[in-house]
Design a protein around this ligand. Sequence first.
Ligand code: GDP
Length: 453
Amino acid sequence: MQEINRERRTIAAVATAVAPGQGGIAVIRLSGPDSQRAVRAITSFPGEQVWESHRVLYGHVMAADGLERLDEVLVLLMQAPRSYTAEDVTEIHCHGGVMAVQRVMARVLEQPGIRRALPGEFSQRAVLNGRLDLTRAEAIGDLVSARSQRAAQLAMAGVDGGIQRRIKALRECLLDQLSELEARVDFEDDLPALDGQALLRALQSVRDELLQLVADGERGAVLRQGLRVALVGRPNVGKSSLLNRLSRRERAIVTDRPGTTRDLLESEIVLEGVPITLLDTAGIRSTDDAVEQLGIARSHDALASADLVVLLFDLSEGWTAEDQALRERIPADVPYLLVGNKADLSDAVAPADVHLSAVTGAGEEQLVEALLERCGAVTDGSLLLSLNQRQADLARVAAAALDRSEQVAADGLPWDFWTIDLREAIHSLGEITGEELTESVLDRIFSRFCIGK
Ligand code: GDP
């Protein structure tokens, strides 16, 4: 890693979620050389205390007057390098909620040499101190913000170091090729001739693996961020009934976010571990009413922003001109599913992707499957690694550089032309793993973390 200007000051933050009336305990974490001294200065412990690493002490945090007890706490000491950041870390486990934590935190921040931690700063220090791989740190962020089982599973693969190992191995393969090339550039005459075709094949296989990882990452993004599915259909075709039915599948996670009166209704549900935001575009209909018009404009936005449109129609009435008009409003680049509802009322065979009865539930499984499949969220379990956006962008840059080497080969250019692209690919992969990083890149990555991480 490049030399990055490291600040050694001790930082402090509340490491647990803070909400009124929530959480029995909270953890305040300090990291840096002054952490233990600061905690000692504000605490009082009964009897004899042994301040040694990985030991828990019981006592109280005292007010500045030294008399008032602010909270009853446990203090945990972790001396460098055996801590999350590889620095001296001291944790104060105090009572949860908001007030107790804030009072203790305020005392901590009064101590000389202590400042409030920036978002992600603990993890950033862990990476800078070589305690944590960059991709693992990012995966921890993903794990904490995972909104579904599948997203959490995916993040865990990153936490376990899968991404780090894969990218590192590819980078090392490129480094080997680079040293071969460089040797030829310097000592062409003294060494056996280099097999250009074999070299090219090696580079291409690295490129192919990178592109595969990028593609997996795109599928993973669906699992992480979820899908936006717009539900459209004429009045009374059964949109609300379907919404209710889907919502009941895992009802604990349903949240309704009604907009203005005739506006969109968004519900978030989880289907087979994939978070799905359902946009009920009730307003799509021709009308002169200005308020209704506004609703319609938003519905159109919703259609354009959706990953998938579900167009519901009534099988008992067949496919109507109005249904056709709705279908024509779906933007060309948004995939859609035609779902014929009220199958229980009609045996007519209409051309629909799914035949459904929102009342009896017949066809529901097919609908869910089709939904997930249309959005590329169906996996056969092979999706074990998923690059995040930053990592995928860099992998693409590396793959493109390797692509260029093919052109260089085709043009029969000398070896030192090959090394230019190769170096670029190696650099990009190093930015993924953290082996080649600049301070600004690090700041950008970690500023997306929450405070206390
Ligand atoms: P929306 O206006 O599209 O939201 O339609 P609703 O969900 O309010 O449904 C309109 C009417 O159709 C209600 O009386 C529902 O009970 C009924 N309905 C919805 N789905 C079905 C279905 O699959 N079969 C039958 N028989 N009736 C349905």
